[in-house]
Write a protein that binds this ligand. Structure first.
Ligand SMILES: Cc1cc2nc3c(=O)[nH]c(=O)nc-3n(C[C@H](O)[C@H](O)[C@H](O)COP(=O)(O)OP(=O)(O)OC[C@H]3O[C@@H](n4cnc5c(N)ncnc54)[C@H](O)[C@@H]3O)c2cc1C
Length: 399
């Protein structure tokens, strides 16, 4: 018998085998584990979730919109709204969302509840460890932490690294960067019925610059100062902008900051790889789930997880679950180009978009749930001069 003792048999490294390893138990990792747990066809699969953190901090809140009755994690919705506000120096649009609702989930609740629910099944194993390397070979996937090497049929990785300058050549790479404060005031100043999706009345810093305000009560709101630009700002700049905004538009000078969150989400037309073409499959931001033209990621992550599970159920490659149509990618590229070129005037394009279309069309367009015809209506609704310029400059083809 040709028996070759493995490193683990020799006691050099401890190897644990699972059907699936989820590298990074954040938004995408937990979403995928949850979708696996809901699939009767995958009921016998073992899943290891590895993360370097305990994930007990409330380091982010996720907002997204979904059609009524199609809510994701209904138990986890911290707040939901039927209308949104869109403001510019020229307009104050109060938009009733029709068949959509705008939702907010707190990271803390998401992590705690999903970990608790998944932890009730022995086949879902959580381990806290820093992943040092991962990859695949003819036998499947592997993940190395300092203490152990784990193997599996598939590794689903949400470990994100910014693509190299070489890879980004010829692509637009912006960041949606922001600092958000959950503030509490003595005075009742916030309108709990109307979250502010974008308020462009703040000074434009050569790139789209806006405030985002989610009211939790008349006294409490999440206020985020956000830019779509290549570089982040000095930390104090965000805080000062929030302070100035609350003073100018809410007459609020004294307030308590209950919580802070900060982020820099990639907005790029670079096509992130779906994996390593073998057993490693990327998920989350690492798989390009942040929509290039908006930075919204959470909703797309949920769709991606469902698609991965469908692929696994059918015995097909989960790497094929990640497919943005080339048409939608072109639309994103065009919008990114417009943001880069129009600079301080980009808000006018957003204004036309929100003013000249039913809100349902805009929201389904941004969620990539529109067809060609609706997309053409959207394209026709924004100012034609910059749009035509962008079409020419990006070498856009209607094919
Ligand atoms: C503050 C903030 C607010 C956001 N708000 C929204 C929003 O409102 N709507 C929206 O659609 N999107 C939002 N996003 C964007 C996006 O939804 C989130 O970034 C989301 O968390 C991305 O999910 P992910 O699984 O790719 O990454 P993460 O949730 O960051 O998960 C990756 C996990 O990998 C772990 N990890 C990384 N490296 C290692 C390693 N070497 N070893 C072990 N573990 C590792 C991390 O600890 C982390 O838990 C926000 C992002 C931020 C930062």
């Amino acid at each position: 018998m040709n028996f070759k003792p493995s490193a683990s048999a020799l006691g050099l490294v401890a190897v644990d085998h699972f059907d699936y390893i989820i590298a990074g138990a954040g938004a995408a990792g937990l979403s995928l584990a949850w979708q696996i747990s809901q699939s009767p066809q995958l009921a016998d699969k073992t899943v290891l979730l590895l993360d370097q953190e305990q994930k007990v901090k409330n380091d982010r809140t996720w907002s997204f919109w979904a059609e009524k009755g199609m809510e994701i994690f209904p138990d986890l919705l911290y707040r939901s709204w039927d209308q949104i506000q869109f403001l510019t120096p020229e307009r104050n649009l109060n938009l009733h969302m029709g068949n959509y609702r705008y939702h907010l989930i707190r990271g803390e609740d998401y992590h705690r509840q999903l970990r608790e629910k998944l932890g009730q099944e022995e086949r879902f194993v959580f381990r806290q460890a820093r992943i040092e390397d991962l990859g695949s070979d003819a036998q499947g996937g592997w993940v190395k932490s300092e203490a152990k090497t784990y193997t599996s049929s598939y590794v689903f990785s949400s470990l994100y690294e910014k693509p190299s300058a070489e890879r980004l050549k010829g692509h637009i790479y912006l960041l949606q960067h922001f600092v958000g404060h959950v503030v509490r005031s003595k005075e009742a100043v916030f309108d709990i019925h109307r979250p502010v999706m974008m308020d462009f009345r703040v000074p434009q810093l050569n790139h789209p610059t806006f405030m985002y305000l989610m009211p939790f009560s008349a006294h409490e709101a999440l206020v985020e100062y956000t830019l779509f630009s290549p570089q982040t700002l000095e930390p104090s700049a965000y805080e000062e902008a929030i302070r100035a905004y609350l003073k100018t538009y809410y007459a609020l000078e004294e307030y308590e900051v209950l919580h802070e969150e900060r982020g820099a989400i990639p907005m790029t037309d670079y096509a992130f790889p779906s994996g390593d073409d073998q057993a490693v499959v990327n998920i989350g931001t690492a798989a390009g789930m942040s929509k290039a033209s908006t930075g919204y990621t959470f909703y797309r992550i949920q769709k991606h997880s469902r698609n991965i599970v469908h692929q696994l159920e059918r015995g097909q490659s989960p790497a094929l679950a990640q497919q943005q149509s080339s048409w939608k990618l072109k639309m994103d590229k065009l919008m990114l180009h417009l943001m880069l070129k129009e600079g301080n005037d980009t808000w006018k394009i957003f204004q036309e978009l929100f003013e000249n279309n039913p809100i349902h069309r805009v929201l389904s367009f941004l969620n990539e749930e529109t067809g060609y015809f609706e997309d053409l209506l959207i394209m026709n609704s924004v100012p034609s001069a910059p749009f035509i310029r962008a079409v020419i400059e990006t070498g856009w083809k209607f094919s």
